[in-house]
Design a protein around this ligand. Structure first.
Ligand SMILES: Cc1ncc(COP(=O)(O)O)c(C=O)c1O
Length: 455
């Protein structure tokens, strides 16, 4: 008997993907897509592009929230996965070990500072963060966890407890006890908490993904020094910034950091197979896994899974072979050069910032004060950004995203395989869309109010 014929299944469906999603998965999400005009059906993807059901090509500056560093449907990652499937590898042994996890752990640790010597695999970013929280507590025999305001570390309850954004945490409390936040960039506030010498770890994104906030000069180095001084672990969350996103393999390299704990995930997957890892110092690992009795103190049925390991190994090779990390640095510089003049050109553009191919543009009230801006932003803070994201998509076929709840910031995390022409196109279309949005024609204002649920 033949197995599942995927193509026949896809070809035979005659109804609407969006309708089925709304009926079986999440109707509110489909409402959002319809409101902002993102309600396409998608047929195909390659590299930095997606094609809709009508054959239109879109430039994907959203990059699956930063999981497609090696590009969508990368043929070399796919070939490695197919080869692994055809090898009939032993799979997950439970009581036993196989070759691939050790090889990926070795490859990851070869790319990080010597302080990081052990790797614990997970299936996602939030699980890697959960591991950091649990192991950090056990290793230090302390319970408090510090994180930064506006930080984001995932949506399971532990990670959420370290989140600094009420939009994610409200309604899901009580969160875990012992979690507190300090302002991002404020070393004095951090020290006043660490000084109590009861903090297990300080977890921080090197560049905050929500809003795309870059650390002030000296902040991360200072935070690391304070953690060392007061016996707390320094955890740098590289789930979003890792694997070349910011123009170095890991963002912490920009500041010469040597963290004790580093959660990674997203792009390690090659865009194909969910996989994450917590990279940690030997000291942390040995403090938790300190006896045979504690040999399986933390883990998960599917981690490490063979296909995830192959995806990770193939991704690291692809980043090296195609020099994607250097490419991210080079194209990121070009993107900034192209877009920073927008600050001078348009009053509504307050800042353009980024590092490598992690880029954002922030809008603010024009100095000359426009009534329309006030109306829009009063309806819902951050709505102006949606006035740019929506036409950028529907008219210019470029996918981007608003950088967080109620933020007038647009962010992009394109696949690192993007071309110089794509970057130039993005810069040009962004300019054209801002030009149009800042005039705030009535149609756009109406759209904005609908999007805010006001009409
Ligand atoms: C910095 C950071 N940490 C953790 C996570 C959670 O990762 P995941 O969505 O794989 O659970 C994310 C996801 O966006 C992230 O950006």
């Amino acid at each position: 008997m033949a197995g599942l014929d995927v193509k026949a299944l896809l070809d035979s469906r005659d109804d609407d993907d969006l309708e089925r999603w709304a009926k079986t998965i999440n109707p509110q999400f489909v409402r959002v897509l319809r409101t902002i005009g993102f309600d396409r059906t998608w047929a195909r993807a390659e590299g930095a592009y997606l094609w809709d059901g009508d054959g239109n090509r879109y430039l994907d500056m959203l990059g699956g929230f930063g999981m497609y560093n090696v590009g969508r449907n990368n043929p070399r990652i796919r070939a490695a996965l197919i080869e692994a499937l055809e090898l009939d590898t032993p799979g997950m042994l439970a009581m036993g070990v196989t070759a691939l996890p050790g090889l990926l752990a070795e490859a990851l640790l070869a790319r990080t500072p010597p302080r990081l010597e052990r790797c614990l695999f997970t299936n996602s970013g939030t699980e890697a963060v959960e591991a950091a929280l649990k192991l950090g507590r056990a290793a230090t025999k302390r319970t408090r966890v510090l994180s930064a305001d506006h930080g984001f570390h995932g949506l399971t309850l532990g990670s959420l407890s370290a989140s600094g954004d009420a939009a994610f945490t409200a309604r899901f409390g009580p969160l875990l006890p012992g979690f507190e936040r300090v302002p991002f960039g404020d070393l004095a506030a951090l020290e006043s908490e660490l000084r109590r010498e009861d903090v297990a770890l300080f977890i921080v994104e090197p560049i905050q993904g929500k809003g795309l906030n870059l650390p002030p000069a000296g902040y991360l180095e200072g935070a690391q020094a304070l953690c060392r001084k007061y016996g707390s672990l320094f955890c740098v969350d590289e789930v979003q910034t890792g694997f070349g996103r910011t123009g170095t393999m890991f963002a912490f390299e920009h500041w010469g950091l040597e963290p004790d704990l580093v959660p990674v995930a997203k792009s390690l997957s090659g865009g194909y197979v969910p996989v994450g890892a917590l990279l940690m110092s030997r000291k942390v690992h040995e403090a938790v896994f300190d006896s045979m009795e504690h040999a399986v103190s933390h883990g998960s049925t599917f981690a490490p899974n063979e296909l995830g390991m192959v995806a990770g190994l193939a991704t690291l090779k692809e980043l090296d072979d195609e020099q994607l990390v250097e490419r991210s640095a080079r194209l990121g510089t070009r993107l900034l050069e192209l877009t920073q003049p927008l600050v001078e050109e348009y009053e509504v553009v307050h800042e353009v910032r980024g590092l490598g191919l992690m880029w954002a543009i922030e809008f603010g009230e024009p100095r000359s004060g426009r009534i329309a801006w006030k109306v829009i932003e009063k309806a819902q803070p951050g709505l102006f950004a949606q006035l740019v994201v929506a036409p950028l998509f529907s008219e210019h076929r470029i996918r981007s995203q608003v950088a967080g709840h109620k933020l007038a910031v647009i962010k992009v995390l394109p696949p690192l395989v993007i071309t110089e022409d794509d970057i130039d196109e993005f810069g040009g279309e962004m300019r054209a869309t801002i030009e149009q949005a800042q005039k705030m024609p009535r149609s756009l204002t109406k759209f904005a109010l609908t999007a805010a649920g006001i009409r």
